[in-house]
Design a protein around this ligand. Structure first.
Ligand code: IMP
Length: 437
């Protein structure tokens, strides 16, 4: 039995969907433990593309159990839409294979309205959120005025709690942001609709995860976003409102920390970031533009163009050391082909000192100068590579240096969007993964 977490090491968008889908082959259960529909995990299977926001990326394996655990914030309308769209495409989803925690907090219309209103009022100081209401929902959770999915099952309780919450939200919406108030009847109507669809899915996921772990099942924990977006350890305040670091597996799912056995770090072969905030290896030039176009670096959730730059091993090393990552899944290596040279930052210079980790202050990160190592570029189609030896030597040298620089081995390399366009070196669940094994 193995419990494995897959964590984004950068600013999200490392290609978790494909890797989770692939690893799910050897897992019995796939669990989302934090974040919400700010995430967008893309899977390409048999030429069809699936963009998932809330449903775990293991859902394309109907015999596995997919779990949305208590640390996730759920927009029920989005979740229902996603379930309907997937089932409409022939994906089997029922309360048998999808379990949703009653403790997960509900994103309500006022959370989205406040998220958007704050961002537009902040002008140049905005965070660049996805506008999905994620921050305001986690705020209400911490302030203990949030509504949980289990509240949908008790209309009287939902109505009473929503009424109290709405008083404060409407005060902000109308007085501070000059907007129309939200009517309680709108919330009650939505709650009725949501409850009638979601009730059979809402369960105590802690017990399901606990039992699976005790029975020696393989559980895959699917992180969302990336370490630099972590509210405690990321580039605060330009972060999300949850913890994408490995420690959150335990908090967000209820799995005891000593039952998480392995952590795999997702690393895109370059760096991208959406939203505001410092980004030392950003390329505001033609190379950055080229990576964006070839890599399709436009948000799965918002469609926003992503800022692109060279691979930053300082960022990856920070994630390795924060999360206990032993193995790296490197994605989108194919995007770099055709570039005459490729760079990787392996340390920063700040105030005459060499730094191995991302500095703890925003001003430090804004002033840090990346120290680059330069590699020869590689060309040719690498999408059929099944082992590291099938890669051009220049590409292999780049991967070897990454592993050495951050102190973790290369466990998987994605060389194209399809499941079988993958070099699989690590088999964390023992069983051979489907592709390239
Ligand atoms: P929020 O999570 O919508 O509050 O957005 C806060 C910050 O996190 C913004 O910079 C977003 O662009 C970023 N963010 C949130 N989710 C993702 C993701 O899944 N991938 C990349 N960036 C994200």
């Amino acid at each position: 039995m193995t419990n494995l977490a897959v964590i984004g090491t950068q600013w999200g968008d490392e290609g978790k969907g494909k890797v989770v889908d692939l690893l799910a082959e050897g897992a019995d259960m796939v669990v989302r433990f934090q974040g919400g529909n700010n995430a967008g995990h893309t899977l390409v299977v048999g030429g069809s593309t699936y963009a998932l926001h809330l449903v775990p990326s293991g859902i394309l394996h109907p015999e596995k159990t997919s779990v949305v655990a208590s640390g996730v914030v759920v927009d029920p309308g989005v979740l229902i839409g996603e379930i309907k769209a997937l089932t409409g495409r022939g994906v089997e989803i029922s309360p048998r294979n999808l379990k949703i925690s009653g403790k997960a907090h509900v994103i309500l219309p006022y959370h989205k309205r406040l998220d958007e209103a704050r961002e537009s009022a902040a002008g140049a100081g905005k965070i660049g959120t996805t506008g999905r209401g994620i921050g305001p929902t986690y705020e209400d959770k911490a302030a203990r005025v949030g509504l949980r999915l289990s509240d949908l099952l008790d209309p009287g309780l939902f109505g009473a709690k929503a009424k109290i919450a709405l008083e404060e939200k409407n005060c902000l919406l109308t007085n501070l942001y000059g907007q129309k108030p939200i009517e309680i009847s709108e919330l009650l109507e939505l709650a009725r609709e949501w409850a009638s669809f979601l009730s059979p899915y809402i369960v105590d996921t802690f017990e399901i995860i606990h039992n699976a772990s005790k029975e020696g099942k393989n559980i895959l924990f699917e992180g969302a976003q990336g370490v630099q977006l972590d509210i405690d350890h990321g580039t605060y305040p330009f972060v999300t409102s949850s913890n994408p670091t490995a420690g959150a597996v335990s908090v967000g799912s209820g799995l005891p920390p000593n039952e998480l056995h392995k952590v795999m770090g997702l690393v895109k072969a370059y760096t991208s970031r959406v939203g505001e905030g410092p980004f030392p290896t950003e390329l505001a030039d033609e190379t950055g533009q080229r990576i964006r176009e070839i890599g399709g670096e436009y948000g799965t959730t918002t469609g926003r163009p992503r800022r692109c730059g060279w691979l930053d091993a300082v960022v990856v090393r920070t994630a390795v050391d924060l999360c206990g990552i032993e193995s790296l899944a490197v994605t989108k290596l194919d995007v770099l082909r055709g570039l005459p040279e490729i760079k990787m930052a392996t340390s920063y210079r700040l105030g005459g000192k060499s730094l191995a980790h991302v500095p703890g202050t925003l001003s430090g990160l804004a002033q840090a100068e990346p120290v680059y190592e330069t590699f020869k570029g590689f060309d040719g189609d690498i999408s059929a590579a099944k082992g590291l030896g099938d890669l051009p030597p220049e590409a292999k040298a780049f991967l070897d240096r990454l592993a050495e620089a951050v102190g973790a081995r290369i466990g998987l390399v994605s060389v194209g969007p399809e499941r079988d366009q993958t070099i699989v070196l690590d088999k964390p669940f023992g069983a051979p993964a489907r592709a390239g094994a």
